[in-house]
Design a protein around this ligand. Structure first.
Ligand code: HGA
Length: 607
């Protein structure tokens, strides 16, 4: 989603702004722009193309204070005229991430006051509102006054032509970080934009407004009271957002999964037993009271939740529901105070998941647990308990290592819940710990299938549709495989529990409908084999990811890819990787923009 970078320094900050935007490109965008104060004037450069083009266009621009933006349009089509920054009467400039819900009303009022609108965005009202208050006070006060009139979500950066050493920034509902350098300060939507200049960061809190100068900053909370916020030193490594030897971030991130899993499981694997404390100190008190689990998540994270449901009910014997966060937040549900509400989000800023968490809390749920890849993200801060996946930055829009590490985290939750409920004896616990320690190695072996998967991808490149089948806890994995293919190759793909085939989708099967199946050696294998025969009998070409001991062999129209070993309950984690690789290689064949698929964005910070 939109990316914001801002800087106040005693040097030309245009290269910092452009480089910061390049680092935020992975979030997905359709246009870009920046503005600086130069000799008492706002100098704005915008481009409906890539950040590289903006870099060229702004090569001769310079200033010591500036704000920059990559836009993912929500209001007004992608175009240069709608690209941020937006300005009011050459005096005020604003960049914005989020949606102003009452912008039509405000626009009518501001138009009546004589303000002229030059874009179709909701954002432009912010610039004019601040302008309308600026005559009466400082940029800080004008911004604070304007913010009280906004309904919706925002992270903003604001500068004024007559104030060459000052920026004001604020956030509510959208993420924004303050970077603290030596004699210079920055803002960014996430850490990757700031690593080029500093590791010291303050995570602005909901409703915070900050006045930023080169040598100092002052933070005010929602009520306008000056507050101190803790400074953190980011552990992220600038190299971790470099592509290295890989062609795409997605490919790199698929291959990082063994390490990401090892990092996520590190503390547990080094210990001799599982304890609730891995989810936070309060887990010891909370877990014994929990009698059911509600998982709230979107997209890929929701698929992780669906796998966890099988684990939690079977291994821990605890009832579990999984809901799509964007639906749950608007649904009237019946709260049970003994529910553990688990939210899952890579960024921890997913607007729908955050809103679902707050909805759950408002309806009386107090036991909340976040599974997330970004420390200090909103979802982590707003939950009582947490498990951090340690996947490292995920740049590719299509989530890969974040998903498998979420699964690892959810499996830990399953085991701890099982233990708390007296369903995990010492022998079984040791057995599971052993399997978890082996997981990164097992994942490494699965990734060795890459050349074979690259070969079969050619069968998909000219197809318009594909079916994905799985059963039991592998059905959500089939759904995740279908989602990956849709996201990056634009091939329409649907997933079905294989048993559902003859209740409808079998009608679609013919030679132009490739059918991908996840075939682990589990209790449903024989049933699955019959389902595959049904496909073959209708001329459908099958691509089966089968465990080595399933004894399914390649024959005419059936392509078998043998998984190295069967991993029991952890099998869904391993079966994910070949489907990620399949989507990746099909996208390569089709020549799509793998890391930045059309219309999509990373960190979905708007509703
Ligand atoms: N509503 C603004 C900003 C959109 C946004 O935050 N996307 O992530 C616009 O449409 O320009």
């Amino acid at each position: 989603m939109c990316g914001i970078v801002g800087a106040v320094a005693k040097r030309n900050i245009v290269p910092v702004l452009v480089n910061g935007l390049l680092r935020l490109e992975y979030r997905g965008y359709d246009s870009a722009g920046l503005v600086v104060v130069h000799e008492g004037k706002l100098e704005r450069v915008r481009s409906a193309g890539r950040v590289a083009e903006l870099g060229q266009k702004s090569a001769n621009t310079s200033g010591e204070v500036g704000i920059a933006h990559t836009r993912w349009a929500t209001h007004g089509k992608p175009s240069e005229r709608n690209a941020h920054p937006h300005m009011s009467r050459e005096l005020i400039a604003v960049v914005h991430n989020g949606i102003i819900e009452n912008y039509e009303e405000l626009k009518a009022e501001l138009s009546a006051q004589g303000y002229e609108f030059t874009s179709d965005t909701d954002t432009e009202v912010i610039a004019h509102l601040i302008h309308s208050h600026y005559a009466q006070g400082s940029l800080l006060v004008a911004t604070q006054m304007a913010l009280t009139q906004l309904v919706g979500a925002y992270a903003i950066g604001v500068i004024a032509a007559d104030n060459p050493h000052l920026m004001v920034a604020a956030r509510k509902g959208s993420p924004l970080l303050l970077g603290v350098g030596e004699g210079e300060h920055f803002v960014g939507s996430d850490m990757s934009a700031l690593l080029q200049v500093t590791r010291n960061v303050v995570y602005l809190e909901e409703g915070d407004v900050v006045e930023i100068k080169a040598d100092s900053f002052r933070i005010f909370d929602m009520a306008g009271v000056r507050v101190q916020r803790q400074m953190h030193v980011s552990e992220l490594d600038n190299d971790s957002v470099e592509l290295g030897k890989y062609q795409h971030y997605m490919q790199k991130e698929i291959h990082e999964q063994p390490q990401a899993l090892a990092n996520t499981l590190e503390s547990v694997c080094n210990s001799q037993s599982l304890v609730p404390g891995i989810f936070g100190a309060e887990a010891n008190d909370i877990f014994p009271h929990v009698d059911n689990i509600l998982i709230l998540a979107c997209g890929t994270s929701n698929h992780a939740g669906q796998v966890a449901r099988y684990w939690l009910e079977e291994v821990a014997g605890i009832p579990c529901n999984v809901e799509i966060a964007s639906e749950y937040r608007y649904r009237t549900s019946v709260p049970n105070p003994k529910t553990l509400v688990v939210t899952i989000s890579q960024s921890g800023e997913t607007a729908d998941t955050l809103a679902a968490l707050n909805h759950a809390k408002a309806t009386g749920h107090s036991y909340t647990l976040a599974i997330c890849n970004v420390p200090e993200s909103a979802i982590i801060r707003q939950s009582k308990l947490r498990l951090l996946t340690r996947a490292g930055p995920e740049i590719g829009v299509a989530s890969t290592k974040a998903f498998t590490t979420q699964l690892a985290g959810l499996f830990l939750l399953t085991l701890v819940m099982a233990k708390v409920r007296g369903r995990l004896d010492e022998t079984r616990e040791q057995q599971f710990l052993h399997e978890l320690r082996h997981l990164p190695t097992a994942m490494q072996k699965v990734l060795e299938l890459e050349p074979q998967i690259a070969e079969i991808a050619a069968h998909f490149a000219d197809k318009h549709h594909a079916l994905f089948l799985g059963r039991g806890m592998h059905y959500p994995i089939a759904a995740e495989g279908a989602l990956k293919l849709k996201e990056i190759s634009y091939i329409h793909a649907e997933a079905y529990p294989a048993g559902e085939l003859k209740h409808g989708p079998l009608a679609l099967v013919d030679k132009d409908m490739p059918v991908v199946s996840v075939a682990p050696n589990d209790a449903l294998l024989e049933k699955l084999k019959s389902n595959l025969q049904e496909v073959r009998a209708r001329g459908g070409e099958l691509f089966v990811f089968a465990d080595a001991d399933t004894h399914i062999h390649s024959s005419a129209g059936i392509h078998i890819l043998q998984m190295p070993e069967h991993a029991g309950f952890l099998s869904p984690i391993l079966h994910t990787a070949p489907l990620q690789l399949l989507a990746y290689y099909v996208a390569l064949q089709k020549g799509t923009d793998v890391d930045k698929p059309r219309n999509l964005a990373k960190s979905v910070t708007v509703e």
